[in-house]
Design a binder for this molecule. Structure first.
Ligand code: GTP
Ligand code: MG
Length: 335
């Protein structure tokens, strides 16, 4: 899984990259993002775990400020989700900037569609796949893009999406907009940008770029203090992690013990046998049963397994059980 940071020039892409990776001095354009999850810290305290392990994903700082040329565009194929940064600390009109940038995305996708249409028309005889239905779909998408609609908002079916699996259309991927702001500034402009995001179906989040960058140089306690000052609920990295999980349809399950507490990502809706496979292929192969308690129930029982059992909240499940967000798994296996 890969996430790419895009956005207009000087909007704060690299700043966000540094903050999300907690690396003020990072020089390259790729790094691993840890999905901060306060539940992991809590569990690790309860279990006196020696190590805390967060789910991770690769992040790319993409310098796309000059638009998307053919070569850059094809590189985007590997990106699962885009984070688009809007400058609201300096720009006169962040909403207009965003609209302009979305237009760049739409134009890049239109060009890719046009190229595919041209190719099909030129090589009609040589192409073995069902070109008529692909052509129909391409024309439908072309029309939507010409009406400034992002492809992800036009209700493509699962089968239609399959046809496009080999393409890089940017507007088909989820986009989270980060509005880079400074305290007490431009509230009306920020609101306008947020309303625009809602109108295109993109979730957005506020980011105090300058302050966050300064905080990066401080120690974790000072960072926590800042989060508290910003009011409950402001924790950029954790909120970002939640938004990304939502957009990518990921849940987090946990394994916890004295060695480590680990958070694992799993696609929502999958059975516990797949979760077992994430932990280790041997555990999947030798799966017998899973003992499951959800984090919320565990905490309600004061983190005491005995109480969890007495309250009947420890479930024994077979391999078909669909894992829920926050499930703590203890998988019995035999190989
Ligand atoms: N005042 C203020 N400055 C910021 C903020 N965020 C970023 N900057 C500054 O704006 C400049 C650009 O930030 P970057 O993070 O490098 O932006 P970028 O989008 O990566 O820029 P390019 O890669 O050149 O397109 C830097 O000098 C930052 O220090 C902010 O929230 N407030
Ligand atoms: Mg940059």
């Amino acid at each position: 899984m890969k996430i790419g940071i895009i956005g207009p020039a000087q909007s704060g892409k690299t700043s966000i990259f540094k903050v999300l990776l907690q690396s003020p001095n990072i020089t390259g354009d790729i790094g691993m993002f840890k999905f901060m999850d306060s539940r992991i810290k809590k569990l690790s305290d309860i279990f006196s775990s020696k190590k805390k392990v967060y789910p991770e994903t690769a992040f790319l700082d993409i310098s796309s400020s000059a638009g998307f040329t053919g070569k850059e565009y094809s590189k985007l194929h590997e990106i699962d989700l885009f984070i688009c940064v809007a400058n609201a600390f300096f720009s006169e009109d962040p909403k207009k900037d965003l609209e302009g940038y979305m237009m760049d995305i739409i134009l890049a996708d239109l060009e890719a569609i046009q190229n595919r249409i041209n190719k099909i028309e030129k090589e009609r005889m040589k192409i073995k796949t069902d070109i008529e239905s692909e052509m129909k779909l391409l024309k439908k998408c072309q029309g939507s893009l010409e009406n400034s609609k992002l492809l992800r908002n036009i209700g493509l079916t699962r089968d239609e999406l399959k046809v496009f699996s080999g393409f890089s259309f940017i507007s088909l991927r989820p986009i989270i907009v980060v509005i880079n702001i400074e305290e007490g500034k431009q509230e009306d402009k920020i609101k306008a940008a947020e309303e625009y995001c809602a109108s295109i179906g993109a979730r957005c989040i506020r980011f105090f770029g300058k302050t966050e960058l300064e905080l990066l140089e401080l120690n974790p306690e000072d960072q926590d203090q800042f989060s508290k000052e910003m009011g409950s609920g402001y924790n950029f990295r954790e909120n970002m992690a939640k938004l990304i999980s939502k957009e990518l349809n990921l849940i987090t399950f946990f394994t916890a013990g004295d060695k480590d507490t680990t958070g694992w990502h799993l696609e929502s809706g999958l059975p516990v046998i797949e979760a077992a496979g994430k932990i280790h292929s041997d555990i999947k192969r030798g799966f017998i049963r899973a003992e499951v308690v959800n984090y919320e129930d565990f905490i309600k029982c004061a983190g005491n397994m005995q109480k969890v059992r007495e309250a009947g909240l420890l479930k024994v499940e077979g391999k078909e059980y669909v894992v829920k967000d926050g499930d703590m798994l203890n998988i019995r296996f035999n190989i």
